[in-house]
Ligand binder design. Structure first.
Ligand SMILES: [Zn+2]
Length: 175
């Protein structure tokens, strides 16, 4: 397995819409494992291929609270697609590995149903609410070139991007 580099906003690659996987091969399974390793190391609870510069519709997640003694529960989604969203909405404070250090309340549909392929190329459906629903929508947004800050006001988004640019510039002069 290999750890991948996580892109940080603003980055044009994060704005791209990823292409569907046409065949579930060993290469795809390896990418999913590398993405999980990268996500655990970060650490994060979800990661989309777009965030590591891979143009494929792949998402990994693990919502287990291992600090509270829960067993890791890795989830892998190939070509995830939202098939239904609730009218009811919910607010959750979200963060993102591509928008480090910023956490903001995001309003989204409270429940969602997602169709995807598993590692064997078989279709499955996941239905969730709460953190699972928010995380699924957040990660699928990534595959469509959207970040959680795109759900915020234009002013707030501009402020966060400005600060991220400042941090990036600072990092490039560090020796
Ligand atoms: Zn994210």
């Amino acid at each position: 397995m290999a750890k991948l580099k996580i892109l940080v906003a603003p980055d044009p690659l994060l704005k791209q819409k990823a292409h569907p996987v046409t065949e579930v091969t060993d290469e795809i399974r390896t990418i999913l494992d590398d993405m999980l390793e990268t996500m655990y190391a970060a650490p994060g609870i979800g990661l989309a291929a777009t965030q590591v510069g891979i143009d494929k519709r792949l998402v990994v997640m693990d919502l287990a609270n291992t600090e509270e003694g829960e067993e890791p529960a890795p989830m892998k989604f190939i070509n995830p697609e939202i098939i239904s969203l609730s009218e009811e909405e919910a607010v959750l404070e979200e963060g993102c590995l591509s928008v480090p250090e910023f956490y903001e309340d995001v309003i989204r549909p409270a429940k969602c149903k997602v169709k995807a392929l598993n590692e064997n190329g078989e279709e499955f459906i996941t239905e969730g609410e709460g953190l699972l629903a928010a995380c699924l929508q957040h990660e699928i947004d990534h595959l469509d070139g959207e970040l959680f800050i795109d759900h915020l006001s234009r002013v707030k988004r501009a402020m966060i991007i400005k600060k991220l640019i400042k941090i990036k510039k600072h990092q490039t002069v560090k020796m």
